[in-house]
Design a binder for this molecule. Structure first.
Ligand code: SAM
Length: 280
């Protein structure tokens, strides 16, 4: 277990994931009632793009680096780009906020944010980032077990983001399926967003089939391929599966995904799609 998100922060997958996360949180905060947001695999919260890890891979250059300085960022991406700019107030792209910081920025004073992270160093960094923010609760523990212990939240509305490192490769899908099944029993009305990598699409099909069969009545997926999925050796794209999606999120995603494809494409075969696995 030594995945470090610092190598990948701000890459195309983060742009995809975080633009969708903000769209989900904006939809949920449109209603005037407090909510609870769980981030089961939180990371360290803030990443230095001039640090050794980010510089070594340079992945952010094919992600946030492509859009950060564009004064005419396409409308569906503007909300996300403005959110990243707020963390870089001097105008140059120096740091990249992870999902916990972006969520904290999007949430309101009476919302809560529950963050889980197993690596001690990353959890310690998170505590530092959120020192003094009483909305935020940090658990240095397994995110799947924490969900089982902490659901449902007292607010009875909110979002769970599941964003594992997929070190166990396809085994991670089994862990996600088990976690979602238990979560559905404890909190059937929660919104659940699961990020997953796409190397070969064949590896994703059983996961989709599983969720298409239940237990949630409404499941939508958004997927972006920046390259054709013809090589299982590289990250060709990624997806977000959303169970119990907020009303009309499919329309928001249908506007966002084509823009992400154009901005993030690494090949002329790049593609994007939004489709319902179950319900509508
Ligand atoms: C992909 S990164 C998270 C990135 C973050 N969600 C973001 O978007 O900024 C995955 C993180 O999960 C942590 N992790 C791995 N297994 C975990 C588990 N079972 N429970 C909680 N965190 C875990 C890793 O240490 C890593 O920091």
């Amino acid at each position: 277990m030594n995945y470090r998100h610092a190598f990948h922060a701000g890459n195309f997958a983060d742009v995809f994931k975080h633009a969708i996360l903000l769209a989900l949180l904006d939809a949920l905060t449109a209603k005037d009632k407090p909510l609870c947001h769980f981030d089961t695999h939180a990371g360290r919260g803030l990443y230095e793009l001039c640090g050794d890890e980010a510089q070594k891979t340079g992945e952010w250059r094919e992600g946030i680096g492509r859009i950060f300085s564009d004064p005419d960022a396409p409308a569906p991406l503007r909300r996300y780009v403005e959110a990243i700019r707020a963390f870089n107030p001097r105008g140059a792209l120096r740091v990249y906020p992870g999902s916990p910081l972006l969520a904290a920025q999007a949430l309101r004073a009476d919302d809560r944010l529950v963050l889980c992270e197993t690596q001690d160093e990353e959890a310690a960094a998170l505590r530092e980032v959120f020192r003094g923010d009483s909305r935020v609760h940090i658990h240095a523990r397994d995110g799947y077990a924490a969900l089982n212990a902490l659901l449902p939240p007292k607010e009875r509305r909110g979002l769970v983001l599941i964003d594992p490192p997929f070190e166990a490769q396809d085994g991670e899908f089994a862990a996600i399926e088990a976690a979602l099944a238990k979560a559905h029993i404890r909190w059937p009305n929660g919104v659940y967003a699961v990020w997953y990598p796409i190397k070969s699409h064949r590896a994703i099909t059983p996961f989709h089939r599983h969720l298409a069969a239940g237990p949630f009545d409404h499941v939508v997926v958004a997927e972006l391929l920046v390259q054709p999925d013809d090589s299982p050796l590289r990250l060709n794209g990624c997806g977000m599966l959303i169970a119990n999606p907020p009303w009309r999120i499919d329309a928001t995603l249908s506007a966002l995904l084509p823009v992400l494809r154009v901005v993030l494409a690494q090949s002329s075969a790049a593609s994007a799609r939004v489709r319902w696995l179950r319900g509508e």
